[in-house]
Design a protein around this ligand. Structure first.
Ligand SMILES: Cc1cc2nc3c(=O)[nH]c(=O)nc-3n(C[C@H](O)[C@H](O)[C@H](O)COP(=O)(O)OP(=O)(O)OC[C@H]3O[C@@H](n4cnc5c(N)ncnc54)[C@H](O)[C@@H]3O)c2cc1C
Length: 300
């Protein structure tokens, strides 16, 4: 059983790892490559940088600093977290049991620009299979995504209905393992319905004679689950039942505690100032709070 699993190795995750390691808590960092810093050409407003550095350089320096302190960093994608008293972090590299978790996976994912998506949110469009699968028992459901996160969500839905299709919205499927779920790779034109979702309208390919090839353009679905890219902090927190703010960020208090005991969050995923300095502060605070939590659990 791990003490603290930190998800993300950006400024928030690495700062948390440095504090946790120096607090003798032997944290485990799970990371899926560079985050927001990838697009930052030059950082020159962070303390101590006489010459600006690129976002990538700052990221690599952070990782090297943590590893020099003996922090274990695993390259894997986190797919979801289960549990309440202690947690199991499910990743593409296996499952990890832990007393506490710090979510530091960066900013919210931008929702795909599919007409009808916003309109049907809460009326058939969902971002969380664990939360909403129950409403779709025995019904026809669509999962939009093309990677392991989409596969994970589809598998959650298969516990309540066999009628699950993954729609990649024109993207190449990138599943890391074999699976029995049907996959449609056509581009989505719109999510359709009246009071609630009735299905997906796909872009017809002008080069295909639809009548001849039996290619359909409307695929019925009672529910559409959005699972594009990797699971972000908000998706993971929502799956776990943690409170999300009106702006779609993870709700935290001054100790970086979420509304779930043992689950902490730091950095861009909590909203506010989206800058390295704030991510570093929150990461440190989250590690201090998680350390207190781990010690209190161990002494009880
Ligand atoms: C173009 C641009 C320029 C910027 N310029 C500046 C600047 O000049 N100064 C400044 O202070 N800030 C700047 N920023 C903002 C800064 O980059 C962010 O505020 C900061 O990186 C946030 O840190 P974070 O640790 O919260 O998230 P991130 O740096 O985004 O790190 C998130 C980490 O989580 C990991 N992750 C995500 N999902 C998963 C998953 N499912 N499983 C495993 N790992 C996962 C990612 O791989 C990544 O390592 C800029 C941002 C951008 C986009």
């Amino acid at each position: 059983m791990e003490n603290i699993v930190i998800i993300g190795a950006g400024p928030a995750g690495i700062s948390a790892a440095l504090y946790a390691a120096r607090g003798n808590l032997n944290p485990l960092v799970i990371n899926n490559g560079i985050g927001a810093l990838e697009k930052a050409e030059k950082i020159e407003n962070y303390y101590g940088l006489e010459q600006p550095v690129s976002g990538r350089e700052l990221y690599e320096r952070g990782l090297a600093q943590a590893e020099a302190l003996g922090v274990r960093v695993i390259e894997a994608e986190v797919l979801g977290i289960s549990g309440f008293d202690t947690f199991t972090v499910k990743t593409t590299a296996g499952d990890f049991d832990t007393v506490s978790v710090i979510l530091a996976t960066g900013g919210k994912r931008t929702a795909p620009k599919i007409p009808g998506l916003r309109e049907f949110e809460g009326r058939g469009v969902s971002y969380c299979a664990v939360c909403d699968a129950f409403f779709y028992r025995g019904k026809e459901v669509a999962v939009v995504g093309n990677g392991d996160f989409a596969l994970h969500e589809a598998e959650q839905l298969r516990n309540v209905t066999q009628d699950v299709t993954i729609y990649t919205d024109g993207k190449k499927p990138e599943f890391s393992r074999e699976h029995p779920i049907s996959v449609n790779t056509m581009k989505i034109q719109a999510i359709e319905g009246e009071d609630k979702v009735s299905g997906l309208l796909m872009q017809s390919d002008a080069s295909v004679q639809e009548a001849e090839t039996q290619v359909k353009s409307f695929y019925p679905a009672d529910g559409v689950f959005i699972a594009l890219g990797t699971a972000g902090s908000t998706e993971i927190a929502r799956q776990m039942g943690a409170e999300i703010t009106d702006k779609g960020n993870i709700k935290i208090n001054e100790e970086m505690e979420t509304t779930i005991p043992g689950l902490f969050a730091a950095g861009d995923c909590t909203g506010g100032l989206l800058q390295v300095s704030k991510a570093v502060y929150e990461g440190s605070m989250a590690a201090i709070s998680a350390g207190k939590y781990v010690r209190s659990k161990k002494s009880s």
